[in-house]
Design a protein. Structure first.
Lengths: 134, 359
């Protein structure tokens, strides 16, 4: 749901001066908010190179969480209008300027006791990595 | 209408909603037996895309007329979910007063699987629902809409939500939504429980999508746009008319070479368009707490919703003396998020008023 808006905006940012860790802004691809424990996994590919799960983390309300930590966070609510930051460590530094980014998010919709209700959202976008001269 | 007149109207409606006598009709907007409202879920696309703020949603709802019933989905609009913050409470109450909106229902969820890897225990589930009952009360909603399981109605002690809701003065409404059916065991069990309990604090919220007459045009148009071949689309519609089982439809569509988009079209044929007869409402008339006036897209040429059996629905509700609220729920945004939701809801209200005058 709202897949095409999952990567929020056209810019991605370096987390530090090495340009080997970048972040994009992401939206929850669902009509209502969910606890972070419902985010089962996020996959990121930049310029065709997939990131390792261990190289990804999510920041919501100023607190950073590894993906493996999300399962415990049923008390942290991701309100549907709030934007989170998705951090990606890349094998090599990324050059400022345009890149192809793909984000796939697997969420578990928690409504039913009797059965699982998984949803997958995919967003591909040409984004621009902001550089030191911007 | 003055503020004093409006507050009197709202108080009268709240009291009137607890009686189901056909003769005791509550004074409502423009003399309709049941009154009209909106669930802010109708503005889903605008709210998500930052086109409408929460304030805008309330203002647009208010433009439907003084005394319009107001419903919202808790985890969609309340940023402090599942709690209701003082900030949200004050904002909500001041906007409801400013736009002369009448809080009718608070939409909540059991969220059984919100802890990763397991299902909530009945005690945890009850705790989560009690929070929502308190939230409804805090915001001034007389009704909490959820999906119930029998244990929260008939259980003992702290797991009995209906007993707690009664203490708080909040009515629990179980939403009957496609693919639920009056012919299925699960719903029949709930109806039996409701009849035996015979309490104003537990009842039903039918979603009118269960009374579909056809698969909606925006749904068909969307899957055409997404590339599902005509022969597969036509077969899905045919199988819907025959009320074929999900297993049968999936098997056939796969055999025809249908991809993930075709399979999504199959799933949605079950979750949006039900085959129930509006006369089924007569079975549960005394337990009807609230109605979701689900619709997919009013035809501007006719002013009608082509895919939901509204003439029969309105006729049954009027004859049965339903005096609660029908909250318009526009859902065409699911397929086409850039439609004019406010126009749609206004058109839906006009359609229902016309049907009421004729019924």
């Amino acid at each position: 749901m709202f897949d095409e808006q999952m990567i929020n905006g056209d810019l991605i940012y370096p987390d530090d001066s090495t340009f080997s860790r970048v972040r994009c802004n992401i939206r929850l691809p669902w009509y209502r908010g969910l606890p972070l424990s419902c985010v089962q996994s996020i996959e990121v590919t930049i310029d065709g190179i997939p990131a390792n799960r261990n190289d990804l983390s999510l920041t919501l309300h100023g607190i950073n969480h590894k993906l493996d930590e999300l399962g415990n966070l049923d008390e942290v609510f991701w309100f549907v209008r709030h934007v989170a930051a998705l951090h990606v460590r890349t094998p090599k530094p990324l050059a400022p300027g345009p890149h192809d980014m793909k984000v796939v998010m697997h969420i578990n919709i928690p409504y039913h006791a009797a059965r699982e209700y998984p949803q997958v959202a995919e967003c591909r976008k040409r984004v621009t990595l902001v550089g030191p001269d911007w | 209408m003055t503020r004093k007149e409006f507050m009197g109207l709202a108080a009268g409606a709240a009291a009137g909603a607890l009686t189901h006598h056909a003769g005791e009709q509550t004074a409502t907007t423009q003399g309709t037996p049941f009154h009209l409202g909106i669930t802010l879920y109708s503005f889903n696309a605008e709210f998500y895309q930052y086109k409408y703020s929460f304030h805008d949603c309330m203002e647009k709802a208010g433009s439907l007329g003084p005394g319009t019933g107001l419903e919202l989905v808790g985890p969609q609009m309340v940023d402090s979910w599942p709690e209701v913050s003082e900030e949200f409470e004050k904002t909500f109450k001041s906007l409801a007063e400013k736009y002369q909106l009448r809080p009718t229902a608070y939409s909540g969820y059991a969220d059984w699987r919100r802890k990763a890897g397991r299902v909530l225990t009945p005690e945890e589930n009850a705790e989560y629902l009690r929070l929502q009952v308190r939230g409804a009360k805090q915001l001034g909603f007389p009704i909490l809409r959820i999906q119930v399981t029998p244990s929260i109605i008939t259980g003992t002690g702290r797991s009995n939500i209906v007993a707690y809701a009664e203490k708080m003065g909040v009515r629990i409404g179980h939403e009957i939504h496609a693919p639920q059916s009056f012919r299925q065991d699960e719903l029949r069990r709930l109806i039996d429980v409701a009849h035996k309990l015979n309490s104003p604090y537990f009842g039903f919220v039918p979603d009118c999508g269960i009374f579909a007459s056809s698969c909606a045009k925006p749904y068909l148009d969307k899957f055409t746009q997404m590339g599902v071949p005509a022969r597969i689309r036509n077969r899905i519609v045919e199988l819907w008319r025959e009320q074929a089982s999900p297993e049968k439809v999936v098997a056939e569509v796969k055999a025809m070479g249908g991809d993930h988009m075709a399979l999504l079209m199959v799933t949605e044929s079950f979750t949006y368009f039900g085959h129930e007869d509006p006369k089924s409402l007569n079975e549960i008339m005394p337990q009807l707490i609230h109605i979701h006036g689900k619709f997919f897209g009013i035809d501007p040429a006719t002013g009608e919703e082509p895919s939901v059996r509204y003439p029969e629905i309105v006729s049954v509700l009027k004859a049965g003396g339903f005096s609660g609220c029908m909250a318009s729920e526009y859902e065409g945004h699911h397929w086409f998020p850039d439609g004019d939701a406010l126009w749609q809801v206004k058109a839906h209200h006009a359609m229902v008023r016309k049907l009421l005058a004729r019924a």
